[in-house]
Design a binder for this molecule. Structure first.
Ligand code: PLP
Length: 448
């Protein structure tokens, strides 16, 4: 039996025994299905949040919206009481529209347009990061009561996407900024850092937290009373990775420099960790071409698929991701693998997804599935050459649905999966706001 719900911004399919691959097969079988599409597994996101709370109970996650601003992702995180890291007024607005309280938002961009600072003031979002003097003067002029968080630079030795080259003040230069803030009578409430996205040196968190402690002391010496430490992003998001090592370093460093009871609130800005593994992309082979030598011997096959580097696979360029496809249909046992390359659908020669891979012989119309495509994919994708962005199909494992029902309060009613019901009285705190999309769209129905 197929069960759907409209609990999120669109309709969602509730999984009983089916897997994500089953769902993709079902969608791909539709003869009208030609465009690429995603399947978003809400269960994966809920599980990630549970694991985070287990491993780092002292660190409150503020999801980095820039990583993937899919409405269902934002709605589910809002409902779970997670905070948000926003980089612009549009992101702040998007989160506020879900009924999230402004106190659950940090405007975590050290270099902000004036109009966005003014908008943050109008939205009553005072918490914001900075790392340079000009920012202090802008804040003084447009939002003098802002709660400022000084972003430090502390780079991981090994990282997928370094950020320190662009943002963060070196700890030894922090004193000058603190003194300027003091002179301008601004309010410094804390310290942040981002070790780099896709951090592969977990020990860097110990270094960064130690550096933050020193800056706390400098700020206190100048008369500030900082009470917020923001340990940024950089956490791994794939299924094969674990939070264990990084959380060990973080928990130990917090115990050493910011022990429980010290009065400092700890937050983080995870992006990749929350969404990477929750999204699976399905693409279709729309054309193919063989590359032969002078004797007509096939050297390699070029497959053209319906999503490319101007779409979801922008991640191979901007986010330095290495992507890998899985065949939707199992190849015959013993099938010979051949050298091939995979290309996107646009007219640009740069639009190459994989330059060399061994695959069995495929045909036009076959589907390639790309796991773990949730981070920095759709968020930066465009429609160059008129190719549409993939649609996102939302699925919720049955046990996740039950967990959400429990988490969102006993007033949320869930009737049997073969009946039609209304989740009528959403009185959990995160759903009280009249404007909450969740509160408005909380009907589910079944269909055969
Ligand atoms: N916070 C800030 C300020 C960022 O710039 C980013 C990513 O660029 C993040 C958080 C999220 O980082 P990650 O996806 O590595 O967790």
């Amino acid at each position: 039996m197929k069960v759907e719900c409209n609990f999120f911004s669109g309709s969602a399919h509730i999984l009983n025994d089916e897997t994500i691959m089953d769902i993709i097969k079902e969608l791909a079988r539709d003869p009208g299905q030609e465009d690429p599409f995603y399947v978003l597994d809400v269960g994966d996101i809920v599980q990630k949040i549970k694991v985070w709370k287990l491993k780092m109970p002292r660190v409150d996650p503020f999801y980095a919206v820039k990583c993937n601003d899919d409405p269902t992702v934002l709605e589910i995180l809002a409902a779970l009481g997670i905070g948000f890291d926003c980089a612009s007024k549009a992101e702040m607005q998007k989160v506020l529209q879900l009924g999230v309280d402004p106190s659950r938002i940090i405007y975590a961009h050290p270099c902000k347009p004036v109009s966005h600072i003014r908008q943050a003031a109008k939205f009553n979002i005072p918490l914001m990061t900075f790392d340079n003097e000009s920012e202090l003067h802008k804040v003084k002029a447009y939002f003098p009561s802002a709660k400022l968080v000084l972003r430090l630079r502390c780079d991981a030795a090994k990282v997928q996407c370094p950020l320190g080259i662009k943002f963060g003040v070196l700890p030894e230069d922090a004193g000058v900024l603190l003194a300027t803030a003091r002179t301008l009578d601004l309010n410094i409430v804390g310290v942040s850092f981002h070790v780099g996205s896709g951090c592969r040196e977990p020990a860097v968190f110990h270094r960064a937290i130690a550096a933050a402690k020193q800056v706390f002391e400098q700020a206190e010496a100048l008369g500030f009373t900082p009470n917020l430490l923001d340990i940024g992003g950089g956490f791994p998001g794939t299924r094969s990775s674990s939070l264990d090592e990084v959380s060990d370093y973080i928990n130990k460093a917090l115990e050493e420099f910011f022990p429980e009871g010290c009065g400092v609130k700890i937050i983080a800005e995870p992006g990749r960790y929350v969404v990477a593994s929750a999204f699976t992309l399905a693409t279709n082979i729309l054309a193919m071409r063989e590359v032969c030598d002078d004797n007509g011997f096939i050297l390699s096959t070029m497959y053209y698929i319906n999503d490319g580097v101007y779409g979801s696979f922008n991640c191979t360029i901007y986010d330095h991701q290495v992507v890998y496809p899985v065949l939707l249909e199992e190849p015959a046992v013993g099938e010979h693998h051949m050298s091939c390359s995979i290309w996107g659908p646009t007219c640009d020669g740069l639009d190459q997804v994989i330059s060399e891979i061994q695959l069995p012989r495929l045909s036009c119309g076959d589907w390639l599935v790309w796991p773990e495509m949730g981070a920095y994919t759709l968020a930066a994708a465009g429609t160059f050459n008129g190719f549409p962005l993939p649609k996102v199909h939302v699925v919720v494992p049955y046990h996740t649905w039950l967990y959400l029902e429990e988490h969102l309060g006993s007033s949320v009613r869930f009737t049997s999966v073969d009946g039609t019901g209304i989740l009528d009285d959403c009185s959990s705190p995160s759903l009280r706001d009249e404007d909450s999309l969740l509160a408005k769209k909380n009907v589910y129905r079944t269909c055969s």
